[in-house]
Design a protein around this ligand. Sequence first.
Ligand code: CDP
Length: 217
Amino acid sequence: MENLIVAIDGPAGSGKSTIAKLIAKKYNFTYIDTGAMYRMITLYLLQEKIDFENLKEIENVLNNHINLDMKENKFFLNNKDVSQEIREPIISENVSKVASIKIVRDNLVSLQRKIASNKNVILDGRDIGTVVFPNAQVKIFLIASVEERANRRYKEFLEKNISISYEEVLKSLKERDFIDSTRKESPLVKAKDAIELDTTNLNLQEVVDFISSKIDV
Ligand code: CDP
């Protein structure tokens, strides 16, 4: 039987990862958080003080010095658990710049395709339905108002005791939205055949039910 691919795209804070995890659990699919991969590369480049314009060095790093691994919703960069670190505001502020670098995208897209091969998977990101898996059987594009998205992200930071103001979160989200949707390489756009769902006024169960109704297993 053909493996099933569910692609969830959308801007930051639209609920992609929470929803994708719930759907993965419900159907026993493998969940692939592609944003976490871009975040891990960003963490490495910042730690090693590698200039985002130094493409030669970035290529060297991607080919020879970075090993990414994901197990049970934990993320490992060169065997170190960086699940917490990659959610820090400093990573969020820089990740969109790193994600606009073509060699980074090429490298991660091929890793995503490799991890997803021969499995039923749900992936979330920005380019899953357009570039990574244009033939995915289910494509969902989640949106929500920027204020609601900032609100959700702000609450997550508070829960993790990360000190940041709502205004800072809102500003950072807007910047990221702008870079992600205007970049040359695989910008954040809705695939023509994706189903758009506005989650501003929906609770998690309502979103899960909607997506479940599109999954035919
Ligand atoms: O969870 P949140 O929506 O904040 O972001 P994320 O999914 O962790 O993604 C972080 C960043 O990685 C995004 O703002 C994009 O710049 C980039 N990204 C991407 O370009 N393509 C993907 N498939 C996933 C993430």
